[in-house]
Design a protein around this ligand. Structure first.
Ligand SMILES: Cc1cc2nc3c(=O)[nH]c(=O)nc-3n(C[C@H](O)[C@H](O)[C@H](O)COP(=O)(O)OP(=O)(O)OC[C@H]3O[C@@H](n4cnc5c(N)ncnc54)[C@H](O)[C@@H]3O)c2cc1C
Length: 420
């Protein structure tokens, strides 16, 4: 079996997961990351069953990463706190414990980094270089040019460099990213601060172990979930920009707390009280694409947000990056010659492209409006799925196994190659 030299640009969730996948598939991995990881990669992330399955296949330790189960997705009225609808996050697969989980990003990242850099006699440990920026790439020769003027070449280049991907900009058919007319203010609250007040404590008890959405008719939605063994609460406050408000208006975290209290000040008093307890608030602009035309070109593959960035409202972006890594773990196994590389890259795209494109579209939908969306978009990929309601949408998110799908595709490919 051939050991390929592979450069991965970006050590976010997808880059690290891809490094784990590819090193264990027998390759020699070099990860280049421009940041120095000095800043805590804060805020929570929810992961659906298929991403969790991939992580389990990497021996990811959910306990060590202090993950929190989300049993239900509950939607409430933001003003009255009346519960409007509730969906269980279990019951979509044949395993009773398969469900949505939330993690503090820094904990997820630390556990991925631990696994990526784990020493083992069974694979070559990837190298991770921090604080180095890739400034240009040659996607046909898997070459990166670094800010210090040096260059590195490999057999394969993986662009895991996020939604504003430099690697993607070298592709012929790119998907221009656009700024959504909606933003998110993310407020972190240590759980203990909610417990010293009966109103916020009552709110905490209803949100505990759930994914709660406090919605308003004007499309504002405050999404509340916990991580780090339930010790930290993340209140993700999505707000559409006002008429005439500048899409590119600068984000100013020093004013973010003031802003969240003003934009969400008409919410139920208990929610406002909780927001007042936030120890950290930051303002995020949201970028999204409609899908690259190709995830691979030359000797290069795009994965994660670099390939398929999406709005965060259905919580799928990070999970899709992990699923990409799951596909790589199978489809980059047992490669016998360098000539096979572009065929294998195509197999990854065959497995990943359609599913991620569907999620990109579904990410902007309100749960429950899937049927209407399907009716209004007769040629859309959604018609290749059973997604017509919140329940079938949750099933689509949950009941999928990228490892099994990739095994099937690999077996067909190998069989066809033996015959030819
Ligand atoms: C408000 C919000 C909530 C979200 N909630 C969820 C959720 O609940 N569940 C979920 O699954 N997803 C969620 N997402 C999406 C998720 O955060 C992203 O999909 C995920 O972080 C993408 O990971 P990535 O590794 O592909 O990219 P990134 O996290 O962007 O990582 C890219 C890495 O590449 C590095 N890099 C970039 N350019 C270069 C360069 N030129 N040279 C070297 N290094 C470079 C960057 O420093 C970075 O470390 C949410 C997103 C937002 C904004």
């Amino acid at each position: 079996m051939l050991e390929l030299d592979i450069i991965i640009v970006g050590a976010g969730i997808t880059g690290l997961a891809s490094a784990i996948a590819l090193s264990r598939a027998g390759h020699n991995i070099q990860i280049l990351e421009r940041s120095s990881f000095k800043r805590d990669a804060g805020f929570m992330i929810t992961l659906s069953v298929p991403a969790n399955r991939v992580l389990e296949s990497f021996d990811f330790d959910f306990k060590r990463a202090r993950s929190t189960d989300c049993d239900f997705i509950n939607v409430y009225d933001g003003k009255t706190l009346t519960r409007r609808v509730s969906w269980a996050t279990r019951g979509y697969t044949d395993k009773p414990n398969d469900q949505l989980r939330s993690l503090y990003r820094a904990d997820l990242h630390d556990e991925l980094k631990r696994l990526a850099l784990l020493q083992s006699g069974d694979w070559k440990t990837p190298t991770l270089t921090l604080g180095i920026e890739v400034v240009s790439v040659d996607i046909h020769n898997a070459t990166v040019h670094l800010e210090d003027g040096t260059s590195l070449s490999a057999d394969v280049l993986i662009g895991a460099d996020g939604e504003r991907s430099l690697v993607r900009s070298a592709f012929t058919n790119t998907d221009p990213q656009s700024l959504a007319p909606i933003r998110t203010l993310r407020a972190m609250i240590p759980t203990e601060l909610l417990l010293d007040d009966s109103e916020t404590q009552a709110l905490y008890e209803t949100t505990k172990k759930n994914f709660s959405i406090y919605a308003m008719p004007d499309r504002r939605a405050l999404v509340w979930y916990a991580g780090r063994d339930g010790l930290l609460q993340d209140l993700e406050c999505n707000y559409p920009l006002h008429e005439g408000e500048d899409l590119r208006a600068e984000l100013d975290d020093t004013k973010a707390k003031e802003k969240v209290l003003s934009r969400f000040g008409d919410y139920h008093p208990a929610i406002v009280k909780a927001l007042q307890k936030a120890t950290h608030v930051s303002d995020w602009e949201l970028w999204h694409g409609t899908g690259v035309f190709s995830m691979h070109e030359g000797l290069t593959l795009l994965v994660g947000d670099a390939a398929h960035s999406m709005l965060p409202f259905t919580g799928q972006g990070g999970g899709q990056g992990i699923e990409d890594a799951g596909a790589l773990s199978v489809l980059f196994r047992d490669i016998n010659s360098k000539e096979e590389v572009s065929e294998r890259l195509k197999l990854v795209e065959d497995v990943r492209r359609e599913r991620t494109a569907i999620f990109q579209s579904l990410a902007s939908l309100k749960m429950g409006s899937e049927e209407q969306f399907a009716r209004e978009n007769p040629g859309h990929l959604i018609h290749k799925t059973r997604v017509r309601s919140a329940e079938t949408h949750l099933e689509f998110m949950s009941n999928y196994n990228v490892l099994e799908e990739s095994e099937k595709v690999l077996a067909e490919y190998l069989e066809a190659n033996v015959k030819s």
